[in-house]
Design a protein around this ligand. Structure first.
Ligand code: B1M
Length: 231
């Protein structure tokens, strides 16, 4: 052990949380899990641990990813470390009934097997407190409909990375309209070849440039939907 090695258990709560932000940024899964266990042992609620240590840390990662300071490999490592911490918190959160932001069904469209971006969006959404049902890749309209009916989410998220597969998003949205289900869901779309104009043209609610924008958009739209329902 070197002299400058940080002993997490020696840190005060505030120092530990800041150190966990750094460790998340560096993708250190074991340290994140140790930090989570320490905070819980010190009497922190699972919800505070999730939001103040993990989500706040992931917000920094998301911003630096959006700004081109971090790249995919680093973000995947950070997301993996976050998932390690969340695996400890998940059963505790369910047991304590912590508030959830909402629910999203997400999948890559039919004919498309790119899933790195979609997976990042799913992880960041989970980190922000959303429940995520990931349908994987190559999803037909029937698969989306089946999942929407089974899960009753707030949001449908679709991903496409190919110019040849992005038009399939319109097939899904048009089918929702035909079945009178379009207004039941917030539809968010994303993927490198898409843009705002395309999203409007196919009748989606919003185009999400990246995972950080997806989280911000989802939070704002779900809050608006819940306010309208309660008005
Ligand atoms: Co493919 N591929 N690929 N590929 N691939 C691209 C997309 C391409 C642009 C490369 C190129 O030619 N320059 C090109 C598409 C050209 C076009 O359509 N205009 C291309 C091609 C042609 C192909 C094949 C056809 C190649 C071939 O076989 N001849 C083939 C297609 C297979 C298929 O899908 N049927 C193919 C295959 C593959 C691999 C399997 C090798 C691999 C995918 C591995 C995997 O995903 N598991 C692959 C990869 C890795 C890429 C590139 C290099 C990287 C994509 C990526 O992961 N980016 C890509 C080139 C590029 O984009 N620079 C390319 C990183 C990721 C974090 O970004 O996915 O954009 P992205 O996700 C972002 C945002 O877009 C947004 O948030 C994410 C995170 O910030 N977002 C969402 C994405 N989905 C969202 C959903 C939301 C919200 C936001 O919902 C709410």
């Amino acid at each position: 052990m070197s002299d400058d090695e940080i002993i997490l258990s020696d840190l005060s709560d505030d120092e530990l949380v800041l150190q966990m932000h750094d460790d998340l940024y560096d993708g250190l899964k074991e340290e994140i899990q140790e930090g989570v266990n320490l905070l819980i042992a010190r009497g922190w609620t699972p919800y505070d641990t999730l939001t103040k240590a993990l989500v706040a840390g992931m917000t920094i990662v998301g911003a630096d990813f959006r700004d081109g300071i971090l790249f995919v490999p680093e973000v995947l490592l950070a997301a993996n470390a976050m998932k390690g911490g969340m695996a400890i918190l998940k059963p505790l959160l369910i047991a304590t009934g912590a508030p959830r932001m909402g629910k999203m069904v997400i999948g890559t469209v039919k004919g498309d097997i790119h899933d790195i971006g979609k997976n990042l969006v799913g992880m960041m959404m989970e980190g922000a407190g959303f429940e995520v049902r990931d349908l994987g890749i190559n999803n037909s309209v029937e698969k989306y409909l089946e999942a929407l009916e089974a899960e009753q989410p707030d949001i449908l998220g679709m991903s496409a990375l190919l110019t040849t597969t992005m038009p399939y998003m319109k097939v899904v949205i048009d089918t929702l309209k035909e079945k009178g289900m379009r207004e039941d869901y917030i539809v968010l779309v994303g993927g490198a070849p898409l843009n705002e104009e395309f999203s409007k043209a196919i009748g989606a609610d919003a185009y999400c440039r990246d995972a950080a924008v997806a989280v911000e958009t989802a939070k704002a739209m779900v809050a608006r939907k819940h306010n309208q329902m309660n008005a």
